[in-house]
Design a protein around this ligand. Structure first.
Ligand code: SAH
Length: 393
């Protein structure tokens, strides 16, 4: 059994059941990539069983804080089964669901989404990588499904010293699938789509957007960073007269177009721009255009707190432009999915944008990721997506 010994005082976060051990906290000891190590305080007290990760700044991720726990296949099968059961309790009325959300489900580095009858998994830490076959079997067992596709091609793998890996892990079939939420359907490409294929975390916000568009009778809608058209379909379902959608990814726009058709909306109610959002918003301002409802859902501009300052400027600029383009009485749905930007900071950034735009607004709602992407009491980093719903004065 391998041991890592922490520096004095560095045991506190583990005692609060936070699962990360940073490299700076380790006094000595180690193991192979993903190997289970016993983490001890400076004076030799047991703290956790953790997966060692020699290449990462997060040098170990805790599996369990219980000394009697054996980190063996039944442990992983149990954790996976609990995560799946927790989703059943949430009663999510969709066949596109996040079943495992890493640390929040006690499985650091593992992300699993279900798209209809297909599971898509990301193994993003050395520990998850090491237990991949066991986790794969556990997932099939817990869900009763037969197909599992791997999308371990996220940047986070590089930080763990792992090569990208993609393809069928269990079973096989088409990589094109269709999911349903709120009575709408969306085509998802699990092999080439972003992340595992779809932004399931915005499910509840898409519903809210449809409701707001309906309530306000918004006619001219702008969907920035539209990806495969989730918010576009929501706006059309809410009765929008016309939706302009912008994204810089050609394949995403193509799929967005087909998603509009799939839901039976006339193609003429939507137009699509393969363009940079910031530039497009500036052009709209110059052209004197305005909108009744706007969505701003940019990609992660600050992956970590170190990038926060530059990202803050980018968020501010986008929000300033959007608020200028929004009619009084119109609604802005604005988001940050950056772990490095707290909900508080995001609020301040958008407030600054409003001041610069000369536009005030009512914060009607604060929103986050759908509940199948949970944050937990012990792991506040689980809160990555935050949004504000603002009605312009
Ligand atoms: N709202 C979407 C998810 C948005 S993800 C949904 O509900 O599904 C962010 C999107 O921004 C991606 O599709 C990416 O292609 C796009 N993107 C990234 N940088 C961009 C830029 N500078 N201009 C336009 N689109 C951009």
């Amino acid at each position: 059994m391998k041991v890592i010994r922490l520096r004095e005082g560095r045991e506190r976060s583990l005692q609060r059941r936070h699962p990360w051990v940073f490299d700076s906290a380790v006094a000595r000891g180690g193991g192979d990539p993903g190997e289970t190590v016993r983490v001890e305080s400076q004076d030799g007290r047991f703290l956790a069983w953790a997966a060692f990760s020699p290449a990462s700044g997060i040098r170990a991720r805790a599996w369990s804080f219980d000394e009697a726990q054996r980190i063996e296949p039944p442990f992983f099968h149990d954790r996976v089964a609990r995560a799946v059961q927790a989703r059943e309790r949430l009663g999510i009325a969709s066949d596109g669901v996040r079943l495992v959300h890493g640390e929040s489900d006690g499985l650091p580095g593992l992300v699993v989404d279900r798209y209809a009858d297909t599971l898509v998994a990301q193994f993003l830490s050395a520990g998850a990588e090491r237990w991949k076959p066991v986790l794969a079997d556990g997932l099939l067992q817990a869900t009763g499904l037969a197909k599992l596709y791997e999308r371990s091609d996220a940047n986070a793998r590089t930080l763990e010293g792992l090569q990208p890996a993609t393809g069928w892990l269990r079973g096989e079939g088409a990589t094109e699938t269709v999911i349903h939420e709120h009575g709408w359907s969306f085509g998802v490409d699990i092999a080439t789509g972003h992340k595992t294929g779809f932004y399931l975390d915005q499910r509840d916000s898409r519903r809210r957007f449809a409701d707001w568009v309906k309530r306000l009778g918004s006619q001219r809608v702008l969907n920035c960073f539209c990806y495969t058209g989730g918010f576009t379909v929501a706006a059309l379902a809410g009765g929008a007269g016309h939706v302009t959608s912008i994204d810089s990814s050609g394949p995403a726009l193509e799929r967005a177009r087909s998603n509009v058709a799939r839901n039976g909306f006339e193609a003429g109610r939507a137009d699509w721009m393969d363009a940079d959002v910031n530039e497009s918003l500036r052009r709209f301002l110059e052209a004197g255009r305005s909108f009744d409802a706007i969505v701003l859902d940019p990609p992660k501009l600050a992956p970590t707190a170190q990038h926060a300052e530059r990202a803050a400027r980018a968020y501010k600029d986008l929000n300033r432009l959007a608020l200028k383009l929004l009619e009084p009485g119109g609604v802005l749905f604005t988001y940050s999915c950056s772990g490095g930007i707290s909900a508080d900071l995001f609020h301040k950034i958008v407030a600054g944008a409003g001041a610069d735009a000369g536009a005030d607004g009512y914060i009607a709602e604060r929103v986050g990721a759908a509940p199948d992407h949970p944050m937990t009491l012990a792991f506040p980093e689980g809160e990555y997506l935050k949004g504000l719903i603002i009605v312009r004065k």
